[in-house]
Design a protein around this ligand. Structure first.
Ligand SMILES: [Fe+2]
Length: 396
């Protein structure tokens, strides 16, 4: 069977001209039985398009782990560490991820009560909903009218001790039925996005960088982000802004001296821009709600400083300023015309480039709407690569 590479169905809100390369459906290749040549093709397509969809897949947890590992053979443990999230009860991730006992790198996620699943006799899953951790919530009437919100825009990454996974695989086993919903951003813009029931929403972080005005591109190419120790515990007591892209700065984070024991050497500092090793593109790859500090290198002596931001460099430690800067740089790219909300069917497999996009759960489900997915990613065997000297010369 010939390999077909098909554009994804654009939602009505999409601006198809804005990122024509983002996302592809692949037909004619079984992701479960990739030979060397096919893997090379799939890998190149993934780094070029950011997200690949395979339909009608049959995939056991062990096969999903094997497939995910192909993209980073030296990696071994789940992106947050094997069974670490199951044990970390104060982490915000604890309620949403359940390790598959025989393959702890694969997580059961979803909604509703699930019985006799891969060695788990009974588990109650909870769809990540804005009602849990946003500063304000929609009223019951608004939810009944079909309104919903984004949950939390993110990269799949521990951002402490472990390196960010290169890819994530998401496999849909049971997909709930229900009418479309409307994501309300409620951030002062009036933006809304029509989505299918319980979608996963994706945005390209190449576009996030490409959209920036020159002065912010210069900040991005010189910028690094320092993440909090145990960031998912640190921000567990804070509230998200309505569109899920940032945190309300109200001093509610867990103080560093009250976190589980941590070590300065395990804190992660990553460049704002991550280099795509296949295309050479730069991706604005920042986990906005885990970020604690920003470093910006000074401009080189021979560069025109008129109109430049932070020409002498900066180390921003004020959380409100850190978040305001990141929000200014990231918000344009999550506008409705740039979001791909995937309309899941059972047996869909999505492989996404976790170092080249942000993603977010959305939608509201009742307890009866059962959703069963398997998710796998592996802590990277290395840290992401930042901009090259040529990139810095070009964009600073
Ligand atoms: Fe995720």
């Amino acid at each position: 069977m010939a390999v077909e590479i098909i554009s994804l169905p654009a939602p009505t809100s999409a601006d198809p001209s804005s990122c024509p390369d983002f996302g592809r459906e692949i037909r004619g290749i079984n992701p479960n039985e990739l030979n060397e040549e096919e893997f090379k093709l799939v890998s190149d397509l993934l780094y070029k398009h950011g997200l690949l969809l395979f339909r009608n897949c049959n995939l056991t947890p062990a096969q999903q782990y094997t497939l995910t590992k192909c993209f980073d053979p030296a990696s071994e443990n789940y992106g947050h560490g094997n069974k670490k999230v199951d044990q970390a009860k104060t982490s915000i991730l604890h309620a949403y991820l359940k390790s598959i006992p025989a393959v702890p790198q694969v997580q059961l996620i979803g909604n509703g009560t699930v019985y006799d699943h891969e060695g788990i006799s009974e588990v109650k899953l909870k769809h990540a909903s804005h009602t849990v951790c946003h500063k304000t919530t929609l009223s019951e009437e608004e939810v009944a009218q079909g309104y919903t919100r984004f949950f939390r825009w993110h990269i799949d990454a521990a951002l402490y001790e472990l390196s960010p996974p290169k890819v994530t695989t998401l496999y849909a086993i049971r997909v709930p039925q229900g009418p479309n919903q409307t994501v309300r951003y409620d951030d002062g813009t009036g933006d809304e996005l029509q989505v299918p029931v319980a979608p996963t929403a994706f945005v390209s972080t190449k576009r996030m960088f490409d959209m920036l005005p020159q002065e912010l591109k210069s900040v991005a190419v010189r910028g690094r982000v320092k993440y909090a120790p145990h960031p998912y515990v640190w921000m567990s007591t804070a509230k998200l802004v309505n569109n899920g892209l940032s945190v309300e700065t109200e001093g509610r984070e867990v103080p560093y001296n009250e976190l589980p024991p941590w070590d300065e050497s395990k804190i992660k500092v990553h460049p704002m821009l991550w280099k795509n090793l296949v295309t050479g593109d730069l991706h604005f790859q920042v986990h906005p709600t885990c970020a604690a500090e920003v470093y910006i290198d000074p401009l080189a002596a021979d560069i025109e400083k008129d109109g430049a931001l932070f020409p002498e460099g900066a180390h921003i430690t004020d959380l409100r300023e850190v978040r305001a800067l990141l929000y200014e740089m990231q918000r344009p790219a999550i506008a409705p015309e740039f979001v791909y909300p995937h309309d899941w069917s059972e047996k869909d497999l999505i492989i996404f480039h976790n170092r080249g996009l942000l993603h977010c759960i959305a939608g509201s489900l009742s307890e009866e709407q059962v959703r069963v997915f398997h998710q796998c990613n592996l802590a990277g065997s290395d840290d992401p690569t930042g901009p090259t000297n040529d990139d810095i010369k070009k964009w600073a």
